[in-house]
Design a binder for this molecule. Structure first.
Ligand SMILES: [Zn+2]
Length: 428
């Protein structure tokens, strides 16, 4: 019987089913059926010998990158205002730009470039904040669906302690969030809605209560910010003096793992907060580039890994200067080395495979069976031509390690999402 829906890809296959080491198949085969990985083989089993093979020769096939934390409206601000700490950066630069997304023509221009860039850098799945604006958030959702990339889109909620021009009433915020969920929940298999309170300082208790109820009612996931910066933590403590940790506030409102939840940064999460993350299965989105740019702090990622907390990488544009996961992976390693030094060499730095894992399977696990080539996983993949950076006769372990430091997204020559070879998105 011919396997009508079977595809076979040949090349050097590298992924990280576990973070401790790269799994490498030199001249291996990936068999894909209906967009899902059947398995990876060193030699092709007889049952598949009659099927044509897409041969990528001496190129490398890796899982797609997945970004656990970006802000779509901040895309034009990349590289700006980075001499300011978090709260000043928000009020001076970020909020004025986000206010512009009431204008759909402006929004469309930004999303067009952003989504093309996501495709270009190989971020096949992303967790994306928009602004408070309903229409613009819906537009972003539809454009991401059109591109063939995957992700979650959230309408940001903020009803207190925000500039007048970027503040919603509690009622309007909840109504529009519910409307957005109803409108998008079953629209696409690859793009889904997510609840996105900006952070505790900009949401009233009534708003957080309502959002927790919506998460429960529609079984929609949640994303927000947690323990990113000392001044922010001080404000939160003043708002909720009786709560033991920042995370326990989200937890109280049903926004901390009651449905799948990602919390960005977690730089200052103490033992108690981390224990709650672990218990509730909350993902930490480690955003090292943003944390360095804004001087927010050094996330001790090794502690999170040791404690078995799920960690993925986030570019956090525009706190981060680029969507590309290549610099994020390197910044994660560099940050872990500073933490190692400052911890009296107690907290071991990240290895190459651990950082790569966080950008692929670590983040990908939030989107389902995504981020490695294990049987049953979605075939999300990037084909990498690294020949322009090969100067010696490197083995494959060296080639992948080098790619992360010396290569870039320019080395990506094909992108697959759920088995579909994705062309560059075109928008009118
Ligand atoms: Zn953020």
């Amino acid at each position: 019987m011919p396997h009508y829906k079977t595809q076979i890809y040949k090349g050097h296959i590298i992924d990280t089913p576990t973070m401790e080491q790269y799994r490498i198949y030199e001249n291996g085969y990936i068999v894909v059926e209906d967009g899902k990985v059947v398995d990876v083989f060193a030699t092709l089993p007889e049952a598949y010998l009659d099927i044509p093979v897409s041969n990528y020769g001496d190129n490398i096939i890796i899982p797609g990158f997945n970004d656990l934390h970006i802000h779509a409206p901040q895309f034009p601000n990349r590289g700006l205002c980075l001499d300011e700490p978090l709260m000043e950066w928000l009020f001076d630069c970020t909020f004025p730009l986000e206010a512009k997304f009431i204008d759909l023509e402006f929004a469309k221009k930004v999303y067009r470039v952003l989504i093309k860039e996501l495709w270009k850098v190989g971020n096949l799945r992303s967790l994306i904040y928009n602004t408070i604006h309903y229409d613009a958030t819906l537009l972003l959702f539809d454009m991401l669906v059109q591109s063939g990339l995957g992700g979650y889109i959230g309408k940001v909620n903020m009803d207190i302690e925000s500039p007048e021009y970027l503040r919603e009433s509690t009622k309007q915020s909840l109504l529009e969030t519910e409307q957005f969920i109803i409108e998008t929940l079953y629209k696409s298999d690859l793009v889904k809605p997510i609840i996105a309170p900006r952070f505790v300082p900009s949401c009233s208790p009534e708003l957080l209560t309502g959002l927790g109820q919506l998460a429960q009612k529609y079984q929609v996931p949640v994303m927000s910010h947690l323990s990113e910066e000392l001044n922010e933590i001080k404000i939160v403590k003043q708002m909720y003096p009786s709560f033991p940790t920042y995370g326990s506030i989200y937890n109280y409102f049903g926004l901390f793992g009651q449905t799948p939840t990602v919390m960005a940064h977690c730089i200052y999460s103490n033992k108690e907060e981390r224990a709650l993350m672990k218990k509730n299965g909350v993902w930490a989105a480690h955003c090292p580039s943003s944390n360095l740019n804004l001087g927010s702090g050094l996330m001790p990622v090794r502690i999170f890994l040791n404690e078995g907390i799920k960690v993925g990488l986030g570019s956090d544009v525009a706190g981060g200067g680029t969507l590309s996961m290549f610099p994020s992976i390197i910044d994660a390693i560099s940050t872990s080395k500073l933490v190692w030094l400052f911890s009296g060499k107690m907290l071991t730095p990240l290895s190459s495979s651990e950082a790569f894992y966080m950008a692929t399977k670590g983040s990908g696990s939030f989107f389902g069976n995504v981020g490695s080539f294990e049987p049953g996983n979605d075939f999300d993949a990037l084909v990498i031509d690294d020949h322009d950076i090969l100067q010696l006769d490197y083995n494959l372990q060296e080639r992948i390690e080098r790619l992360l430091y010396v290569g870039s997204h320019e080395n990506i020559i094909a992108r697959f999402v759920q088995g579909r070879n994705l062309p560059e998105p075109i928008f009118d």
